[in-house]
Design a protein around this ligand. Sequence first.
Ligand code: ADE
Ligand code: ZN
Length: 341
Amino acid sequence: MSLSPIDKFIEGMPKAELHLHIEGTFEPEMMFQIAKRNGRILPYRSVEDLKDAYRFNNLQEFLNIYYTGAELLIEELDFYELTYAYLERVHAQNVVHVEVFFDPQTHTDRGVSFDTVIKGIHRALEDGQQKLGITFKMIMCFLRHLPEESAFKTLEQALPYKHWIAGVGLDSSELGNPPSKFKNVFEKARQEGFLALAHAGEEGPAEYIWEALDLLHVVRIDHGNRCLDDQKLVKELAKRKIPLTLCPLSNVALKVVKDLSQYPIIEMTRRGLLITVNSDDPAYFGGYLNENFFALAKALFLSKTDLARLAKNSFQASFLEESEKKKWIAKVEEYYSANNS
Ligand code: ADE
Ligand code: ZN
């Protein structure tokens, strides 16, 4: 299929991805391959059967399938291959920097060691940096449906790998699991030097975003869609320059929004919010970073100026050093000037 001029523009533009669950890049084909190698049997006859199950009415329905898939990952090699396959895919999309989430508890709770998980992912990221030139940060997420004690245990396990992990995040079932439940473990994580992030306001109310800001002291909010319900909160996010990592195709697939024609990026930008476009769990939601950009550009008739702004935001909101941010923002501007005809 040939790309439209605007899609070609998107494809060639350097971009960063800041909201990506590595377990959410597990493609059905790879699931079958890894399951076979590990002597496991998937409860689906074929890739098509499995893909047919990818119809979700809400976050929890997705998470149930996502955790079942993730349970096929057992050996360090599995985590390595998963991560490297993601990097190869996004390299072809001109993604030059990734900030990758991983969920240790999904694996340690079923007997896979923390070391196995982190070593496999990290080695692939190092190889990706060397061979593909993609820089990276790792973000360890706590599962919010589990007790805070379990998060504390995970934090302990992470300490020997502190130099590999930029920040801690909070993901999984949002409703009924507010950020306040994790106040103490985030405090300890920040004392240890980790940056704090949290999924908030995906399905949960604006109040959860306030809690993430005021109790967890996050520097970035993942999703954050529901901030628009609270004008004071929008002003506060803009004032504190807290970026929101939005995930358009995820939001459609999980029915956080009805369709992309209503997607609030224009309104959010107008209100001074720093927003970025991301893929969340691309193997489940119909596309990697460029497909998210393609869908948004089409639904909202975005211009090259809008798209270049979003790419620049992705670097601005990243955890890259200031000099690296400046370098990539200048490269996006250069690209825009050369291709804005
Ligand atoms: N884990 C993986 N994807 C997620 C999402 N969209 N929200 C919360 N937890 C997640
Ligand atoms: Zn997410």
